[in-house]
Design a protein around this ligand. Structure first.
Ligand code: LIP
Length: 270
């Protein structure tokens, strides 16, 4: 028997509870000391025991609280029935390299989809506990404050965050894109965790963000927070945000940033 989907707010409360527990586990394991457990796509694409422990904890909690739902996670992939109405999307530690090095910019990112649409999400910084939440149509919030993105209209005045993949050939292409863009913006920030970068853009800590190569678990929760804070989140040429390219910018800044990135073939390369 497939249960009907509960309200986004009810799903958000579950997401917050589960994300907070996973963040506490990741924090405790960091204090105890972490090391590289394995590498994935390249030797710099690392996973720690904490990534796996936190995702395991999230999956077990969701299986207990919402047994019929599906779960997609960065470390363990898909779990649950393919026809589930509700699917959770988890990145147990977004910004794993930051986490490994002790840079306080890593987060648990947990989103929930109903019939393929993300309706709620939470991003919780593992070190300082900052927590961003959003439900579709009901805004983005941090610590009880409703978030509004930057209103910057001038690309030349825009502080833009971005990121680089783990494949050296892709990094080379992304570096060329940044080299081509940097004369046309205020400055670039490479913070190292897409979910947090999107949340920073949601509240104007940066004006905009873009990155090639993001997976669903990097984007789902942070993307909803960004959208609900007023950012336009998309790809090139009217496509949806996805692995080719994610651009998140205030409505008035999206087109100039988009056009620069298109001219620099930001969605291209390896
Ligand atoms: C990271 C992203 C970041 C990107 C890194 C990596 P991970 O995710 O959050 O934006 O630049 O290459 O993909 O691997 O830490 O979950």
């Amino acid at each position: 028997m497939v249960r009907s989907a509960p309200e986004p707010q009810e799903l958000l409360e579950i997401a917050i509870e589960v994300a907070r527990e996973a963040a506490a586990t990741a924090y405790r394991m960091r204090v105890q000391g972490v090391s590289v457990a394995a590498t994935k796509s390249t030797i710099t694409d690392v996973v720690t025991a904490a990534d796996r422990a936190a995702e395991q904890q999230v999956c077990e909690a969701l299986r207990r609280l919402r047994p019929e739902d599906a779960v997609l996670g960065e470390e363990f992939g898909e779990a649950g029935t393919g026809d589930a109405a509700v699917r959770w999307i988890v990145d147990p530690i977004d910004g794993t390299v930051n986490y490994l090095y002790g840079v306080p910019h890593s987060a648990v990112s947990l989103a929930v989809e109903v019939d393929g649409t993300v309706v709620a999400g939470v991003v919780r910084n593992i070190v300082n506990g900052e927590e961003w939440t959003a439900t579709a149509g009901h805004g983005a919030w941090r610590d009880g404050q409703r978030l509004r993105c930057s209103t910057e209209l001038d690309l030349g005045q825009a502080l833009v965050a971005t990121g680089f993949g783990y494949d050296p050939r892709r990094r080379e292409h992304q570096a060329r894109v940044v080299a081509g863009l940097i004369p046309h913006v205020r400055d670039i920030r490479r913070l190292g965790a897409a979910a947090l970068d999107l949340c920073f853009a949601a509240e104007g800590r940066v004006d905009a963000y873009f990155e090639k190569g993001l997976a669903a678990w990097d984007l789902a929760a942070g993307g909803l927070v960004a959208t609900e804070a007023g950012l336009r989140v998309g790809g090139l040429a009217g496509t949806a945000a996805g692995p080719d390219l994610v651009i998140a910018a205030p409505p008035g800044l999206f087109a100039p940033l988009h056009d620069r990135l298109a001219a620099l073939e930001a969605a291209g390369g390896p």
